[in-house]
Design a protein around this ligand. Structure first.
Ligand code: NAD
Length: 264
């Protein structure tokens, strides 16, 4: 598989540090020969993303805040100028006010609902619009979702609603872009301790619950999500679009608590 991504160029959006899921996917792609560009949100993250990108030979590291359409335009204009064509994009971006990732969903404010849905769902659509123009030979778009889109989870609240919308947008965009051989998929990752996850109430409990109750009796790593991402982004996944692929140690198939699980 060494040359699986040889000659392919991809944009990775949403790396904050070396624990980011986007970084796990980036490393898997780089190991298999892809040339990568990265975006970061704000100067504080620039200092973290630049050395990571340099470590895997990436020269294009661009600022992009997805709340600003001009910033997304600028990113794709630069990619277009530097590369001409683009083979894949990873969207590993989500945001919600921490105060509303605890307590009840029903208390969500209009302001945070709008912000959460915009950043966590619409930004993928906005990115796909621009990526399409650089994918005349086809391509692959990948986003990250969570099981809280399908089932109620404690504290996930408005983010669950945003992920449900994101998953629906994957299906609509897969249908829209399929005739151009642009595939659109999502990975529904099991819980992983990242910067974004630390904003979710009782996250340690969620991790333990998954460890005790998933079929594989553990949680997943960013490398495992990365390898599954590689499949969807490469020719291995060429027949797959509109898919929400669970990479969660099998947790989504479980209907009841494991009777042998210890108390948490
Ligand atoms: P992370 O904190 O490492 O990454 C989240 C990224 O979103 C950060 O890089 C941040 O800069 C970016 N972001 C937020 N608002 C932005 C904006 N306005 N403009 C540009 N970028 C912005 O955390 P992560 O867990 O790696 O998150 C990546 C994706 O994976 C998210 O969509 C998250 O919901 C999803 N996910 C995470 C888990 C988990 O348990 N960690 C599970 C399933 C899905």
């Amino acid at each position: 598989f060494k040359g699986l991504m040889a000659g392919k160029r991809g944009l990775i959006m949403g790396v904050a540090n070396n624990r980011s899921i986007g970084w796990g996917i980036a490393q898997a792609c780089a190991r298999h020969g892809a040339e990568l560009a990265f975006t970061y949100q704000g100067d504080a993250l620039k200092k973290r993303v630049e050395p990571l990108a340099a470590g895997i030979g990436s020269k294009l590291v661009l600022p992009c805040d997805v709340t600003d359409m001009a910033s997304i335009d600028q990113t794709f204009a630069t990619i277009g100028k530097e590369w001409g064509e683009l083979d894949f994009v990873v969207h590993a971006i989500a945001f919600s006010d921490k105060d509303e990732l605890t307590g009840r969903y029903v208390d969500t404010t209009a302001d945070n609902f709008t912000k959460t849905l915009f950043i966590s769902c619409y930004s993928f659509t906005a990115i796909a619009q621009r990526a399409e123009k650089l994918m005349s030979k086809g391509g692959s778009l990948l986003t990250l979702t969570y099981y809280g889109a399908e089932k109620w989870m404690p504290h996930y609240n408005v983010m669950g609603v945003a992920k449900a919308a994101l998953e629906a947008s994957v299906r609509y965009m897969a249908a829209d872009l399929g005739p151009k051989n642009i595939r659109v998929n999502a990975i529904s990752a099991g819980p992983i301790k990242t910067l974004a996850a630390s904003g979710i109430g009782d996250f340690r409990y969620i991790l333990k619950w998954n460890e005790y109750n998933s079929p594989l009796r553990r949680t997943v790593t960013i490398d495992e999500v990365g390898d599954s991402g590689l499949y969807l982004l490469s020719e291995l996944g060429r027949g797959v679009t509109g898919e929400i692929m669970h990479v969660d140690a099998g947790y989504h198939i479980v209907g009841m608590k494991n009777p042998e699980a210890p108390d948490i």
